[in-house]
Write a new protein. Structure first.
Length: 276
């Protein structure tokens, strides 16, 4: 009897685009494994993000050892993972083209897009640590300019790569997903051919296992903004002046990025992207 080939979904996007949130919801569906940012296995010598140093029932020592020692010139990253799981679909949030070029381009690609002002503020908060001291720190002009340059460069690089891929590309706005997580998750499941489980939206009630990603997205800390809920992140408003927000909007509008995203979305039969 022929064994059905493991299917793979690669989430593509910028850092802080919401991939941990979306992948944790999808991985709560039957037959789905979320490996997260699996390049951390070799780049940082890490295992399961949730289990930390405890033995993980999903990302076992034999699996991690096989991945660290595999010859990617002879087999794909996903082929190695398939030997250690009975999942039907594996989701990766490795996001950047360089990782998928190394590991093997997944069967399906999902470009996850976050509102530019929100994405840029997320980047600035990590790039300029002093901002972590206050929930209302305003970024200065130099910091905003750096964030805009980062967003434009990485967005362009990702779109260059996506436009060369000969496969359907799903496009999803994080804000659309956050406004209607149940509806968006159902649509994604339909496109991916997996069963929808309505309890998956409350993914924080489940045991989660993945390699790299945003650990705080589990939403278990009552003092966190997203405590046990999925909502649109508008905290960027606390960090941008009206002039800075307008500057970002203008620079994004003057670029061709949004038009290119729309073109990619229009080519697919199952896209969930709407221009802001």
């Amino acid at each position: 009897m022929e064994v059905e080939k493991l299917r793979t979904l690669g989430i593509v996007g910028l850092d802080y685009c919401g991939s941990t949130l979306v992948s944790n919801v999808l991985s709560s569906m039957p037959g789905v494994l979320n490996v997260g940012e699996s390049h951390w296995i070799i780049d940082r010598n890490l295992g399961c993000r949730e289990c930390h140093k405890r033995p993980c029932p999903v990302f076992t020592a034999p699996m991690l050892n096989d991945l660290r020692s595999c010859d990617l010139s002879k087999e794909s990253w996903w082929d190695v993972i398939s030997r250690h799981t009975d999942a039907e679909l594996v989701i990766s949030t490795d996001k950047l083209p360089k990782h998928y070029d190394l590991f093997g381009v997944p069967d399906n690609l999902l470009f996850l897009y976050k509102e530019p002002k929100s994405n840029i503020v997320s980047w600035c908060k990590r790039k300029f640590p002093k901002s972590q001291e206050s929930s209302s720190h305003l970024f200065n002009e130099t910091e905003i300019e750096a964030g805009i340059r980062w967003w434009l460069e990485i967005s362009s690089n990702i779109l260059d790569w996506l436009e060369c891929q000969e496969r359907e590309i799903l496009v999803l706005s994080l804000e659309d997903f956050s406004n209607d997580p149940r509806g968006m998750a159902m649509s994604l499941c339909g496109s991916l051919g997996i069963e929808f489980d309505p309890t998956s939206i409350n993914f924080w009630n489940r045991d989660l296992h993945y390699i790299g990603g945003n650990h705080s997205v589990k939403r278990l800390s009552p003092n966190k903004h997203f405590y046990q809920k999925i909502v649109v992140d508008e905290r960027w408003r606390n960090h941008l002046t009206d002039i800075a927000a307008e500057k970002i909007d203008q620079d994004v509008e003057n670029s061709t990025i949004l038009n290119r995203v729309a073109e990619i979305s229009n080519k697919g039969q199952s896209s969930f992207f709407r221009l802001p």
